[in-house]
Design a protein around this ligand. Structure first.
Ligand code: SF4
Length: 458
């Protein structure tokens, strides 16, 4: 079996099945990387290469994949007291760590009158807990090598800023993660998949999704959690079909799950069985103004909006998309205000998720030109979600478009691919086409939300 690595420590909080598959699965079964995932990885590599270029540090030299030789070469560099090592190899029993940065500090250790601390280069804007755990893992291996526990670790973020953190407070969490990985190593085939938000971005989905489908797994029912699945299975309800046929009050007595929650899960299991949403009884929204719809396509790495658009019906009843490509950060808010001026009145602005309000708030504050439209922005996420029992888990906009509208949410491409097409000569209109498709989805989801037929079914 492969050794435990920093990647496993980093992955475990997201999905233990993914770690089990990384340890003992057949990697040829993973799906190919999507172009936008390749882009993110490539940018991460470039960012790291840019950062380390000026350090003047070396990497240990060893034959490819001969990590014992790599660890020996790393140790020799550390004993020689070099200012720093890039991609240093740390080896332990069943453990392998390749740290981006090992930096020399004063203070005696088994290496001499100096010791080292661990750093990692990340392309995120903020420090995350999983990144700290990865550094803590490498630090523990380094501590064994130099017989001195490093006091701190550090991360170099997207803007080149160094963020230091003490390692001591993270030891209990690291111990817990490593104990869970040990349990996976002992029985890698004993952990089952659970359909979660992370699955869409996971390369092991071609392995897990058919497995879940063939087992009619309870995680395919909207609203399910791992805890609820365990409780239901303990009460003998092990498949979606069995849940769909259950009676809430009886099951509540056997499982101690709240009756109302069970009713929701049973509704969702029945929707799954029927293969279509089951509309729920509710009161209709009262919004007098004609709606407008807002979408932005951005480049999170650059922190820039690449395309912005507002879609609305004109007086003839035609749906018209007003779009703009700001050329630089300073143009974003004026361009957006100009688009708003093209759409008459004080229409409510429907959007999906936090991206549009975040854009409006940040840009309005940055330019000192508030108010930032807070009163006019309406997020369709929860509103549409509450209109039906869904035939599959709904993690976001894409799932609602798929189930409510019966269309592929990525038919014009994935939003994450926008940076690839910002200056593409092959597909110069990709952003406009994608933005228009997203605005049509928003328009149609809004129509789904206000559809009066949802009052008659319960
Ligand atoms: S597809 Fe989902 S359940 Fe399977 S390993 Fe990936 S995240 Fe985990």
């Amino acid at each position: 079996m492969k050794p435990t690595t920093g990647t496993h420590v980093y992955q475990l909080p997201k999905c233990s099945r993914a770690v089990a598959l990384e340890l003992a699965g057949d990697r040829s079964l993973r799906r190919e990387l999507r172009p936008e995932e390749e882009l993110v990885l490539g940018r991460g590599r470039d960012h790291e290469a840019d950062f380390v270029r000026d350090l003047g540090w070396e990497e240990p030299e060893y034959p490819a994949r001969d990590f014992a030789a790599g660890a020996a070469a790393t140790r020799a560099m550390l004993e020689a007291g070099v200012p720093g090592v890039l991609q240093g190899v740390l080896l332990g029993e069943d453990r392998l760590g390749i740290a981006d940065l090992l930096r020399r500090e004063d203070g005696a250790s088994a290496l001499g009158d100096h010791h080292y601390v661990v750093g990692d280069v990340k392309s995120s804007a903020r420090v995350r807990g999983d990144q700290i755990l990865q550094v803590a893992f490498y630090s523990e291996m380094l501590a064994a090598l130099q017989d001195r526990v490093p006091e701190y670790g550090y991360l170099v973020l997207k803007d080149g800023r160094e963020e230091r953190f003490l390692l001591e407070p993270f030891r209990p969490a690291l111990r817990d993660v490593l104990a869970r990985i040990e349990a996976l190593r002992a029985d890698p085939h004993g952990v089952r998949p659970f359909l979660a938000r992370a699955c869409d971005g996971c390369r092991w989905s071609p392995v897990c999704l058919p497995e879940l489908e063939s087992a009619d797994d309870l995680s395919l029912v909207d609203g399910m959690t791992e805890g609820l699945r365990t409780m239901l299975e303990g009460a003998g309800v092990t498949t979606g079909v069995e849940l769909a046929g259950a009676e809430a009050s009886k099951l509540a007595r056997r499982t101690r799950i709240e009756n109302a929650l069970l009713r929701r899960l049973i509704h969702a299991a029945r929707a799954r069985l029927g293969g279509a949403p089951v509309r729920q009884r509710r009161s209709l929204p009262v919004i007098d103004e004609r709606p407008a719809f807002v979408q932005v396509l951005d480049d999170p790495f650059e922190g820039r909006v690449l395309w912005m658009g507002i879609g609305a019906e004109n007086d003839s009843g035609d749906f018209v998309v007003h779009g703009a490509r700001p050329r630089e950060l300073g143009e974003e808010w004026p361009s957006f205000r100009a688009l708003l001026d093209e759409v008459d009145g004080e229409r409510p602005l429907f959007h999906f998720g936090p991206a549009v309000p975040r854009f409006c708030e940040e840009r309005a504050h940055a330019t000192g030109t508030g108010p930032w439209l807070e009163q006019r922005l309406i997020d369709l996420t929860r509103r549409v979600r509450g209109t039906a029992a869904w035939p599959a888990p709904v993690f976001g906009k894409a799932d609602l478009i798929r189930h409510a509208l019966g269309r592929d949410p990525h038919r014009a491409g994935r939003a994450g691919a926008a940076p690839l097409f910002a200056s593409s000569e092959d597909e110069p209109n990709w952003l406009e086409t994608k933005g228009a498709a997203d605005l049509e989805d928003l328009r149609d989801l809004h129509a789904y939300w206000v559809d009066p037929r949802c009052e008659v079914e319960g």
